[in-house]
Design a protein around this ligand. Structure first.
Ligand SMILES: Nc1ncnc2c1ncn2[C@@H]1O[C@H](COP(=O)(O)OP(=O)(O)OP(=O)(O)O)[C@@H](O)[C@H]1O
Ligand SMILES: [Mg+2]
Length: 313
């Protein structure tokens, strides 16, 4: 559905995106991660035809964006960074305007507007001017205009930025629901979001792809993968005893949270050993759990060393 081949974008001497290649298929939610200034928004602007690439090719739904720019734009719904819109318009008026721009047949405009209003919960602000809305509501209007024509491809630049936890949850559910018959590319700085909605995540740093994996594969790269954590009062003796177990590589203790993390020797499952040890020593613990891995740590490792690494596949 989306094919980007050797995509680059230069602004004068500065290379914002450098030789990016990836594809996204129908039914997939692809997450773009990366530090500020990595090139995520620039890449999205090129896919949606807002910026022309300096080099490379983009195909959407089998069409070359250079050859068929309007046909491609018809297939795409786009939530740009910051969700810009027309502040002086009322929400309902703006969505009717967008529906007409999107060539929705006149008798279908009202149901289309009503449907998106209810999907992103805008009922109470229907007659309110967009410039008077709070940040989260503005973003919801941006999401509504992006999906109003039921596009096959949805490009969303930080869709949940500024939303409260309830709305974040709702928008993630909406994304998951829509993903069944669409291709969705979203960018986010919220790593738990990658876990919640993405089938695949591409980490971009310095304009280049530095990782392209499923969220589970990324968690596997974490030193916390299969580590065992628990909250308890532990003395140094007990910590040293745990550390000396054969199956244990290392132990971390966070004195503020009173959280101990036990790291396994390469590839081992140590949950049973650790829980038996705690039982034997009669140590009372809260929240004993085996960790899947921590995406924030993987993100930091990958992006700190960006430029020195090969793409992790
Ligand atoms: N029109 C432009 N002219 C010059 N430089 C630009 C332009 N647009 C973007 N850039 C630069 O390109 C780089 C990538 O910007 P981009 O907005 O794509 O980053 P991003 O990954 O979306 O970051 P963020 O997480 O902060 O949204 C930045 O260094 C930015 O300053
Ligand atoms: Mg951006």
């Amino acid at each position: 559905m989306i094919e980007c081949l050797n995509l680059s974008k230069r602004f004068g001497q500065f290379t914002a995106v450098n030789d990016l290649t990836f594809t996204a298929n129908k039914g997939q939610v692809l997450g773009f991660l990366g530090p500020n200034g990595a090139g995520k928004s620039t890449t999205m602007k090129m896919i949606t035809g807002f910026l022309e690439p300096s080099e490379g090719r983009i195909k959407v739904c089998g069409m070359n964006i250079e050859d068929e720019p309007i046909a491609v734009k018809q297939k795409i719904g786009y939530l740009p960074e910051g969700a810009p819109s027309y502040g002086e318009m009322e929400v309902g008026q703006f969505l009717h305007f967008i529906a007409a721009l999107r060539d929705i047949e006149s008798h279908l405009i009202k149901p289309a507007v009503e449907s998106v209003i209810s999907r992103v919960n805008l009922e109470n602000v229907y007659f309110q001017k967009i410039e008077t809305l709070s940040k989260g509501f503005k973003r919801r209007v941006g999401i509504a205009q992006a999906i109003i024509h039921d596009p096959e491809v949805l490009i969303m630049d930080e869709p949940t930025d500024g939303l409260d936890p309830n709305q974040k949850h709702q928008v993630r559910e909406l994304i998951t629901d829509m993903s069944k018959d669409k291709t969705i590319v979203l960018s986010t700085h919220i790593l738990e979001e990658v876990h919640a909605v993405c089938d695949r995540a591409i980490i971009i740093a310095g304009g280049e792809v530095v990782a392209d994996n499923t969220p589970a594969e990324m968690e596997n790269m974490s030193r916390y993968h299969h580590a065992v954590s628990f909250v308890s009062d532990l003395n140094v003796d007990l910590l040293n005893k745990i550390k000396s177990m054969d199956c244990v590589l290392d132990v971390d203790y966070d004195s503020r949270l009173k959280e101990t993390t036990v790291f396994p020797t390469q590839g081992l499952f140590i949950f049973d050993e650790v829980s038996q040890f705690l039982k034997k020593e009669s140590i009372q613990v809260k929240s004993l759990k085996m960790e899947a891995g921590r995406l924030d740590e993987v993100f930091r490792n990958i992006t700190h060393t960006a430029g020195e690494r090969e793409v992790v596949k």
